[in-house]
Design a protein around this ligand. Structure first.
Ligand code: HEC
Length: 110
């Protein structure tokens, strides 16, 4: 391949990467699936629970909410997004819930 062609394809690739929505870590989606979060949540779409990118947006720059969110996901709770209530997710375990909440809070805007 000629150098110009290589350069051109590199530029095109970087533009493609720029236009695509930010990638979601498949290992984290897998953990969310195993933890049964995906029954009510999606990264981009509001299902029963809020879209996780919206959660990230609401709490951007407020790392102090992390622990309260971990406890809320574990014990269940409502009142923050609408009339629906999140049931407890105790079986997922505090450690996994903390990993998930940290990841959710760090999701970039779409
Ligand atoms: C039975 C459905 C259901 C399941 C299962 C569920 N959620 Fe939720 N989730 C909700 C609802 C409904 C809300 C909105 C609650 C509210 O308005 O305060 C919510 C809210 C949240 C919030 C934002 C809370 C806030 O106060 O802003 C986070 C973070 C969250 N869920 C993470 C998770 C994680 C992680 C799991 C898996 C371990 C999970 N959810 C499982 C229904 C669910």
């Amino acid at each position: 391949m000629k150098m110009q062609t290589l350069l051109l394809s590199a530029v095109m690739c970087s533009q493609l990467a720029f236009a695509a929505p930010p990638a979601v870590d498949p290992a984290m989606l897998e953990l969310a699936d195993q933890s049964r979060c995906l029954l009510c949540h999606d990264v981009d779409i509001t299902v029963r629970g809020p879209a996780w990118r919206d959660v990230a947006k609401r709490y951007r720059g407020k790392p102090e909410v992390e622990e309260a969110l971990v406890i809320k996901v574990h014990d269940g709770g409502g009142g923050a997004w609408g009339n629906d209530y999140m049931s407890a997710n105790k079986r997922a375990g505090m450690d996994n819930i903390r990993i998930l909440v940290r990841w959710i809070l760090a999701l970039p805007d779409s």
